[in-house]
Ligand binder design. Structure first.
Ligand code: G3I
Length: 345
């Protein structure tokens, strides 16, 4: 890989990248460990990844490959995600006969137990295998406890997504998820003497847009009033060159002063198509301005994660080369922007 200044050396917060096992060997691994300090499993710590077809808890080998790679290379692991409406087995929301759970007290308690069992099983596996959370051998540092629970539109007063979780349990499901995660990751499976070793996040997208931002802020304020053990707000920041970079600053500022930390959890910046050299340079300036904003927020920034290592591996590549390195592992103008080096004219 190119002999370049590591991205991590140019900022004061941990910089991470979303990966799967393909980035844990060869040149990709070399590039990753040169520039980054943290990893997120792009797909294999999601609810469905922990179960076999019969619904038996069966950790995906990908999750363990990532944990071992982090252990071996002294990287932090940012967990993603415990409770989500997507990539979750259908049986979570069904009774033993396969019928949809209702809002009866009996069914609600089935779903609460299922959520608790799931969260405790993940925590037990990750601590039994790698050591208690907060001990030197365990690289896990954070988890997205709930993902994308806020509604895309403004049609409900509560501002929450009408998911199966919400339909059956109502807003309570969010508090329960944090309570169970706190009991498991920062309680039962934490190292003796450690102090809340796993930082617990609520994560969402479009938080750079005013509507989503306001709905998420209102929810977080209600959670804090209720004493929900939430530690941080995660901003996905899947943006494009037409997203004003000032919107990222506004999003981070909106959640300051709540006593919470924040994370940029899934950053990517599409150029639109066709991808031209001029667009790539513009993207370089965008990454530069974004990272200047992040550096200004170092005090309340837990980490910044880029959602993939190389363009071809991005879920958004068809919208225009959103990441920092090419498929040949070469630094794009985006890299030079991040490290605040000179960009092409
Ligand atoms: O594993 C199967 C493989 O067996 C099969 O051959 C192949 C054929 O399509 O699909 C593979 O699964 C894909 C999986 O990624 C692993 O590559 C799924 O189809 C595909 O839908 C899945 O996409 C992921 C997406 O979440 C699913 O919702 C993306 O990689 C992942 O980047 C994306 O990540 C989400 C975050 O979790 C939450 N925020 C938004 C972000 C983008 O949607």
């Amino acid at each position: 890989v190119e002999d370049l200044t590591p991205i991590q050396d140019t900022v004061d917060f941990p910089v991470g990248v979303a990966i799967d096992s393909r980035e844990t060997t060869g040149t990709a691994a070399e590039l990753l460990t040169r520039h980054f300090k943290q990893v997120t499993s792009e797909n294999y710590m999601k609810p469905e990844a922990w179960y076999d077809a019969n619904g038996t808890f069966t950790p995906n080998p990908e999750a363990d490959t990532l944990m071992r790679f982090a252990q071996d290379n002294d990287l932090n692991v940012y967990g993603h995600t415990l409770v989500w409406h997507s990539q979750t087995p259908a049986w979570f929301f069904q009774n033993d006969a396969g019928a949809a759970l209702t809002t009866s007290e009996r069914d609600r308690s089935i779903l609460r137990n299922r959520m608790r069992t799931h969260i405790f099983a993940v925590a037990e596996h990750l601590s039994d295998t790698y050591g208690p959370f907060g001990s030197a051998s365990n690289p896990l540092s954070a988890f997205d406890v709930v993902n994308e629970v806020v509604s895309d539109g403004n049609d409900n007063a509560d501002g929450l997504r009408r998911s199966e979780w919400f339909r059956i349990l109502g807003e309570e499901f969010i508090d329960l998820a944090f309570t169970y995660a706190d009991e498991a990751f920062n309680g039962e499976y934490a190292a003796a003497g450690s102090d809340r070793p796993i930082t617990l996040f609520i994560n969402d997208y479009n938080t750079e847009q005013s509507g989503k931002q306001a709905r998420l802020l209102a929810l977080v304020q209600r959670m804090l009033e209720r004493g929900t053990p939430v530690d941080g707000v995660g901003h996905q920041f899947h943006v494009s060159l037409s997203t004003p970079v000032t919107a990222l600053e506004a999003a981070l500022s909106a959640f300051e002063g709540l006593g919470l930390t924040q994370a940029v959890t899934e950053l990517d910046v599409t150029t639109g198509t066709p991808v031209t050299q001029a667009k790539l340079v513009e993207q370089g300036y965008y990454y530069r301005d974004a990272f200047r904003i992040f550096q200004d927020h170092t005090d309340d920034l837990f980490s910044v994660t880029i959602w993939g290592l190389t363009d071809g591996r991005s879920w958004r590549n068809s919208s225009g080369a959103p990441l920092v390195f090419t498929d040949a592992f070469a630094a794009k103008p985006a890299y030079y922007g991040i490290v605040d080096a000179e960009l092409p004219a």
